[in-house]
Write a protein that binds this ligand. Structure first.
Ligand SMILES: Nc1ncnc2c1ncn2[C@@H]1O[C@H](COP(=O)(O)OP(=O)(O)O)[C@@H](O)[C@H]1O
Ligand SMILES: [Mg+2]
Length: 457
């Protein structure tokens, strides 16, 4: 007997390469608006129907999707940058790996660059994921044998200008000086002149400038036109200032930064892959290397993006408090406008606001992102700091103290915060599991990036 025929169902796949990775269910504006009356503190307006799926609104059950690039382009927000805050184990990395790496990469014009800081079995926590998706993995190692980034790279000069590149160089010297700024009257001037000379020397030799050109020029006073009219005593003082910076730089470059910055950028470093990871997990946590690699990698990215426009690029820095404080923050802050113009979104995750010392650069780096994912905060003072910084009311502030894993308050622009549960597919669950044994047992079959991603419908 023939089986009764049911309704025709089209089986197949939805090609998402040319379209949006959007939730198939429309948002539920009515429910949410009603909810807004019930619980105004935790309910925002329905999120974008176009965008990257994040999870579900805990009150209405409506799907939540958001894409900082689209929201920025449509003027819903004034910055595409993203800040994620939460205690260890609250679910920050899982959100970043899915909503800011894997899911955007299913879209046509998206790219991700990760600075991967957390060690897992001797390598970064994004290494496995980067290999699985055939991304480019660059390992940064002290002592050589790893990838090298050149702070004096001409691409960085082209993107940041001489003052921006000098800022990067000065950040290295400041860190070498135990984090204290160089003496602005003498040492800074000595470094500035040496930097200019280094560019000239390399140009004359027909090669890219490197740090050794700067250290070679430090302490040299003969032939410096700007100092030609100085008295012998003043020239001697310049000579000594140059030598002290030279010793600082020589020391840090040969020791704490050995192999990271002392030469031309490694040839394999490029943005040819849509997922790029700089693995800094094996660098010492208490030295200057991690902060400086983040700063130089960011500057290198700005330089490379100038030549390869047209893509939205997420730059992810986990445990990225150095990106929002100190000399690195100042440099990042100065480059904000440039970053936006080049389609770069900084996605930074930190544990709590008290990691950030006061100061104007830090403040603006925290205030700048218009997409916030606020995960659990156990300490009252951290919840109160979030309330102050992000203008949360009492209910939302209290909620921050009792969020479960994967739950957070999501705040986009001026919209009120929403209580969101981040939802992962079963493959994503395995890829974001912090227990590495599970990751190794993942069934293979994830589509390599660059190939058309297909989702079953
Ligand atoms: N959306 C979620 N739902 C349920 N569990 C989650 C979710 N996100 C993360 N977890 C679990 O919580 C643990 C810690 O997550 P992780 O993203 O590593 O936290 P963090 O980066 O904040 O330290 C992981 O084992 C992960 O499987
Ligand atoms: Mg984490």
């Amino acid at each position: 007997m023939p089986l009764p025929q049911g309704p025709k169902v089209r089986r197949g796949t939805l090609r998402i390469r040319d379209g949006w990775y959007a939730p198939l269910v429309s948002p539920a504006p009515t429910t949410t608006r009603q909810g807004e009356i019930l619980n105004p503190a935790l309910i925002g307006e329905p999120t974008d129907a176009e965008g990257v799926p994040i999870g579900r609104d805990m009150l209405s059950g409506a799907p939540v999707a958001h894409d900082p690039f689209t929201a920025y382009a449509t003027k819903q927000i004034t910055s595409p940058s993203v800040l994620v805050i939460g205690i260890i184990g609250s679910g920050k990395s899982s959100l970043l790996k899915t909503a800011y790496v894997l899911r955007p990469l299913a879209l046509k014009a998206r790219r991700c660059v990760v600075v991967d800081r957390k060690d897992r079995d001797g390598e970064g926590e994004y290494s496995e994921l980067t290999r699985r998706y055939k991304g480019a993995l660059f390992q940064m190692r002290i002592g050589g044998g790893g990838t090298r980034l050149n702070p004096l790279d001409p691409q960085i000069l082209a993107a940041l200008g001489a003052s921006g590149q000098f800022g990067l160089l000065k950040a290295i010297a400041d860190r070498a000086n135990d984090g204290a700024a160089l003496d602005p009257k003498w040492e800074k001037e000595a470094l500035r002149v040496a930097y200019r000379r280094a560019l000239g020397v390399a140009e004359a030799a027909g090669r890219v400038p490197v740090l050794a050109d700067v250290t070679g020029a430090l302490g040299v006073v003969d032939g410096v036109e700007a100092w030609a009219s100085y008295s012998p005593a003043a020239r001697d003082r310049m000579h000594q200032a140059g030598l002290s910076v030279k010793h600082l730089l020589n020391g840090v470059v040969a020791d704490e930064l050995e192999g990271l910055f002392d030469g031309p950028t490694s040839e394999e470093v490029s943005l040819s892959s849509r997922l790029t990871s700089f693995d800094i997990s094996q660098l010492p946590k208490d030295g200057p290397a991690t902060a400086l690699v983040q700063a130089v990698a960011h500057a290198w990215l700005l330089g490379t993006l100038r030549k390869e426009r047209g893509m939205g690029t997420n730059f992810l820095a986990e445990e990225g408090w150095e990106m929002v404080s100190g000399p690195v923050a100042e440099q990042m802050n100065a480059n904000q406008m440039l970053a936006r113009g080049l389609g770069l979104s900084n996605v930074v995750a930190i544990h709590h606001l008290s990691q950030i010392p006061g100061g104007s650069a830090a403040l603006s780096m925290v205030k700048e992102p218009q997409t916030l994912h606020l995960y659990r905060q156990d300490r009252l003072e951290d919840r109160e700091a979030c309330a102050r910084f992000f203008d949360l009311d009492e209910t939302a502030t209290e909620k921050l103290g009792n969020l479960d894993q994967g739950e957070h308050l999501m705040k986009v622009g001026l919209r009120p915060p929403m209580h969101v549960q981040h939802v992962r597919s079963s493959l994503e669950e395995v890829l974001t599991e912090t227990d590495s044994a599970m990751l190794r047992e993942t069934p293979s079959g994830a589509a390599p990036l660059g190939e058309t991603a297909e989702v079953p419908v």
